[in-house]
Design a protein around this ligand. Structure first.
Ligand code: PLP
Length: 406
């Protein structure tokens, strides 16, 4: 069934406000998404009614919050079809999930001279942690190149593998270009050479149906706040065999089974990777966001967002001197562009005064901007609560930018 967008918009109180006297047009969804009332109410209710630290108390409130937290884990497990709930580790977000793997996998498996394969279009979160690991271990990064459309050149990837390749870490969807990468093919290429793969799914779980068992990825990272859930909560999925092999990332409460001054025996999965008080309230909120999305239907969301992207592409590209960056065959709802001769920052500032929120800059993908030889882009990223009328507002806004800057 097609989505009832006007009804859906009522679930997001933030969308009905005015900015500088103009109705807000929120096109910064790749940076963070807005939260449905259900999520906001769940968090408020948890603090009002049953807040209590998890896993440690025998009392009623602690049992209730522990149960809700573990239920959230089960919701995430089902959402991405992980085999076991203990393969779901709650983290602060994609960045922390990737840092965890770069550290713990690195400690266990990376030695001097080893190689790690990334792609040109990685977000800094899936680049800098690996670079830090390479510095620590004297290992080396290798980069899958991309073509002018912003698509990875997979034939070139084949040439990067050597017996020293220890892991491949790639993004599923590029946050600055919108490219949807053929991750199943990438995973297969790596597995054929017995190399594990981490998928940065920060931009994909909210737009596409995910089945980690079908993908056969070894690690999979995403953030709650880009999935219509709270900030400060994210997920790392890892295959049991790897999570059992690699050491903990942080030490502290909850991640231990037994402690003496001589030695600590670590807790079982997933607690081994969840040191200290977990962000249980936001995990509970995340589960509600996932329920909300799955009730709408991920396929329905994907179809509608694709329609928005196509509408934006056909309408905005009629503007003279508008250059689109990211012309991959398979794209998610990210529209990156520049108006010739106008700095992205000026475009963003003028649009802001018209109530339109877009992101400008390098979008934490400086190597992509270096490749394109531009300082940054203007990025409009659409969610299922956006409308074609809002894209019309952006179109008018861009004509105004051109007029003001000419
Ligand atoms: N990876 C990609 C592709 C992203 O788009 C982002 C955020 O924009 C991240 C990683 C980092 O996510 P977070 O800041 O939520 O940890």
């Amino acid at each position: 069934m097609p989505l009832d967008i006007l009804k859906i918009r009522k679930d997001f109180p933030i969308l009905s406000q005015q900015v500088y006297g103009k109705p807000l047009v929120y096109f910064d969804n790749a940076a963070t998404t807005q939260k449905p009332l259900k999520v906001i109410d769940t968090i408020s209710e948890a603090y009002k009614m049953y807040n209590s630290n998890i896993h440690r108390g025998v009392h009623h409130l602690s049992e209730k919050s522990s149960e809700a937290y573990e239920n959230a884990r089960a919701v995430v497990q089902k959402f991405i079809n992980a085999k076991f709930s203990y393969e779901i580790i709650f983290t602060r977000g994609t960045t922390e999930s990737i840092n965890l793997v770069a550290f713990s996998f690195g400690e266990r498996y990376i030695r001097e001279g080893d190689e790690i394969i990334l792609s040109t279009m990685e977000h800094h979160s899936n680049l800098v942690p690996w670079q830090m690991l390479c510095e620590r271990k004297k290992a080396k990064l290798k980069v899958i190149p991309m073509n002018a459309n912003g698509e990875l050149i997979l034939d070139e990837m084949d040439k990067l593998f050597t017996p020293k390749t220890k892991i491949v870490a790639v993004t599923h969807i590029s946050n600055s270009l919108g490219t949807i990468n053929p991750i199943k093919e990438i995973i297969k290429k790596a597995h054929d050479r017995k190399v594990p793969v981490l998928i940065d799914a920060a931009q994909s779980v909210q737009h596409t149906k995910i089945d980690v068992q079908d993908l056969d990825c070894d690690f999979f990272a995403f953030s709650g706040h880009k999935l219509y859930g709270p900030t400060g909560i994210g997920v790392l999925y890892g295959k049991e065999e790897y999570l059992n092999e690699i050491p903990p990332y942080q030490g502290g409460g909850d991640m231990i089974h037994h402690v003496t001054f001589e030695k600590t025996v670590y807790n079982k999965l997933p607690f081994k990777f969840e040191a200290g008080t977990a962000n249980y309230i936001d995990a509970i909120g995340l589960a509600v966001a996932i329920d909300y999305l799955t009730t709408l239907g991920i396929y329905e969301i994907a179809m509608y967002e694709h329609e928005l992207l196509q509408y934006a592409a056909s309408k905005l590209q009629t503007i003279e001197d508008l250059i689109v960056y990211g012309n991959a065959k398979y794209k998610s709802s990210v529209f990156s562009f520049l108006l010739k001769g106008i700095h992205h920052y000026d475009t963003g500032m003028i649009l802001d005064k018209l109530g339109i929120a877009v992101r400008t800059g390098s979008h934490c993908t400086q190597p992509v901007m270096d490749f394109l030889k531009i300082p940054g882009t203007v990025r409009a990223s659409f969610a299922f609560y956006n409308t074609k009328e809002e894209i019309d507002v952006l179109y008018e806004g861009l004509l105004k930018v051109k007029q003001m800057m000419s």
